[in-house]
Design a protein around this ligand. Sequence first.
Ligand code: S3P
Length: 436
Amino acid sequence: MSRSPDPVRCLPASRPLHARMRVVGDKSISHRALILAALADGVTEIEGLLQSADVLSTQAVLQAMGVQIITTGEYTSVTGRGSFENFTEPNGVLDAGNSGTTARLMAGLLAATPFFSVLSGDTSLRRRPMDRVTMPLRTMGATMDGREGGRFLPLAFRGRKLHGVTYELPIASAQVKSALLLAGLSAQGESRIVEPRPTRDHTERMMTAFGVEMSRDKERIALPGPQMLHTPGHLNIPGDFSAAAFFLTAAALVPDSEVTVEGVGINPGRIGLLEILSAMGGKWSVDRVRLSAGEPVGDVTVRYAPLRGVEVGPEQVPAAIDELPLFALLGASAHGISTLRGAEELRVKESDRIRTTLTLLRSLGVEVTELADGWAISGPQRIHGGCVETKGDHRIAMTAAIASLIGEGPVTIDDAASVDISFPTFFAVLEMLYKA
Ligand code: S3P
């Protein structure tokens, strides 16, 4: 997949946006589908797997461990290895690319797989914290090392049998929770995980679809180990709410617009942006709610409405974590002050997303105040045209493109190819929206 910097120029919307659309498959669920299908016995057919750079990183890592994965059109077939013991020792460094989810989830798997392996990633990923997974995995008996004692990639594993522990997560992170659940599948005894705040529960839902037994309440999960996974045969990946969020936000911002995204995942751990939009006076609805592989799916519609500023606090952050750059854009257009607090996790995403989000807005003429754990933006403010530096961060590139719709002049984005990480067809869908 080409990742060469590739500037693109986006234009203001000349009229209201009216569209019904679909978006790519969910990124978080796609990673989990590949990993669980690789561990399970039998063949799993995955429909609508996201074909993006991040998910292909997980796929390539699993293939390097002997897993057969074949994609034909919309269908991906994974021949599972049946147990941790049946993976084969990789003969080179496993490359997680830009993908934090690949690195954290695979760390949980590799710590429990009985061979030697080394996991690394690109420049951005090698700057991101890994001690959040290496520390708890070590308490389960894992033997691993890495840069700065395991704080950063590359990490080296000497996989072995682990034992269950009780671990209270110091930060709300679905990636860390999922790494521990994956390790817990091979561990002797019960693994108990306590979350400070609920995070997306895709791993728990999908493990259940693969026949794993666990008990869950609001913030505590208990998984008895060891357990085997049994393929459900077929999995259908819902549309990615985090991809849909760009076009839903566009509808909230461009006067008289209405956009529907069909077949999108509406897991409560993911749709925090809609709750924030409600508090701002935004208008949305969900129709045709159904379940797919244990995940709720629906058709989400957002209609334009004048917005007011709101304060978003730490309890709202996990369910909107990847959509917070869009909240900044909504805040710039809303009447009054919009504040974000308790979002220091944004500083360790693909870029320092507090900094890159605010730099994006400043490049377009918006005045913002940076806080250690968020920001304050007083609106409404005019969005001029300008040039946006993405720092290679896909969500910053896509937020800039949505900002252009309500801009007074063109917005140039320095590295449009970064959208390949999660949403390779983003610009094609955006173009369709201009024409619809
Ligand atoms: C993800 C969890 C979140 C999110 C990321 C995907 C996942 O990260 O930001 O894009 O698939 O589990 P954290 O677990 O670090 O909050």
